[in-house]
Design a protein around this ligand. Structure first.
Ligand SMILES: *Cc1c(COP(=O)(O)O)cnc(C)c1O
Length: 373
């Protein structure tokens, strides 16, 4: 007996069904209030995400990308500044640095966690370095203590790209609460996803939080008096209302993802495929499994089997940022950052969403096993 239905990489309809009525009531609440930009829903979400992320301040913005951009604008990043980050991430991390005329300086990853390797950061620091931007990839936090120590020694800002890591923990501290800023995304495929784009900046320092808040709305304070040149980076009330509902379910969904990760570990161990490397959980972490990433030297064969069985999968990310065409001027070459390049060639994301059943997971593992038969 085997599972024969298609299995998507993510099933948002399954997530929506049990919360449908609550969401529809929230739509009505916003529609009846006719208060669409900012206002009580956005302020409510900001308070709730701040509390959830153990941060004093949170500022709702248009997207995770804009959260990163506004954080960089807040610290006054200017042309020629250098920002240290990882090349093994979604494009937005490096793109925002470049958009402000600054230079992304890419530092290779630790191949076990896929996060920036703190041991390589100090060698990349120059007098132009302004900030370090670690990414908590796939839902597991980067090694923040050494990163914060390096930043303190060199007087640098730390901007956490926590787009994939809401609720993730490092030594008991939540994503977004350790650096000067945390940047979150509510893109639908993130663990807390809206009905469109949205994002949030968390901050510990009141002056930085205030500046970010001004930049979100054209730098005005009061209205029509512009201290700074910002932009329209405002979150809308409809997204906030939906996200407030979903936030109440987030810990339950995270537990489901963690349970599914444990099930994969058991099923892969039973299948005994020595070539497959499963995700590692570093000590003292709460991994929230935005993605479940395997590594295989036979990725094409594995993908062919998954495709044949209509099982969703994705390569995150096939080209590390230092080898992207748009960054050719930065002068990196294949071989510059070998761990990131190797990861780009070997990693594959499998379905991990909370509503996935053990029967589906067994079908996924058995399809992968076929590639090794
Ligand atoms: C999703 C993501 C972003 C961008 O978020 P958007 O809301 O899509 O703009 C930035 N960084 C990382 C690591 C992401 O995964």
């Amino acid at each position: 007996m085997s599972y024969t239905q298609p299995i998507p990489l993510l099933d948002l309809k399954a997530q929506y069904a049990p919360i449908r009525e609550e969401c529809r009531a929230a739509f009505d609440r916003v529609a009846d209030a006719q208060y669409f930009i900012g206002g009580p829903e956005v302020e409510g979400l900001e308070k709730e995400v701040a509390a959830y992320s153990q941060c004093p301040f949170a500022i709702g913005v248009t997207s995770g990308t804009d959260a990163l951009l506004v954080a960089l604008m807040t610290i006054g990043v200017k042309p020629g500044d250098e920002i240290i980050t990882t090349p093994y991430t979604f494009f937005a991390t490096g793109g925002c640095i470049h958009r402000l005329g600054a230079v992304p300086v890419f530092v290779d990853i630790d191949p076990a966690s896929y996060n920036i390797d703190p041991a390589l950061i100090e060698a990349a620091i120059t007098p132009k370095t302004r900030a370090i931007m670690p990414v908590h990839l796939y839902g597991q936090m980067a090694d923040m203590d050494p990163i914060m120590a390096i930043a303190a020694r060199h007087n640098l800002y730390v901007i956490e790209d926590a787009a994939q890591a809401i609720g993730s923990e490092y030594r008991g501290r939540r994503a977004g609460s350790i650096g000067h800023f945390g940047c979150f995304s509510f893109f639908p495929s993130k663990n807390l996803g809206g009905f469109g784009d949205g994002g949030m900046i968390t901050a510990n320092d009141p002056a930085l939080a205030h500046r970010a808040k001004l930049l979100r709305n054209h730098g005005a304070e009061p209205k029509y008096y512009h201290k700074l040149v910002g932009g329209n980076f405002r979150l809308d009330a409809l997204q906030a209302a939906i996200l407030r509902i979903k936030l109440r379910y987030l810990d339950g969904w995270t537990a489901g993802r963690q349970r599914n990760a444990a099930t994969y570990r058991r099923l892969f161990a039973q299948a005994g495929i020595a070539d497959i490397v499963l995700p590692t959980e570093a000590p003292e972490r709460r991994h929230i499994y935005n993605q479940f990433i395997i590594r295989t030297t036979r990725r094409d064969a594995v993908m062919a089997r998954l495709k044949e069985h209509k099982i969703g999968h994705e390569i995150y990310y096939p080209v590390p940022l230092h080898l992207q065409e748009c960054f050719a001027d930065l002068g990196y070459k294949p071989g510059s950052l070998p761990h990131s390049e190797q990861a780009a060639l070997q990693t594959l994301a499998l379905p991990i969403y909370p509503e996935l059943t053990e029967e589906m997971q067994a079908a996924i593992v058995s399809a992968i096993a076929e590639a090794y038969a």
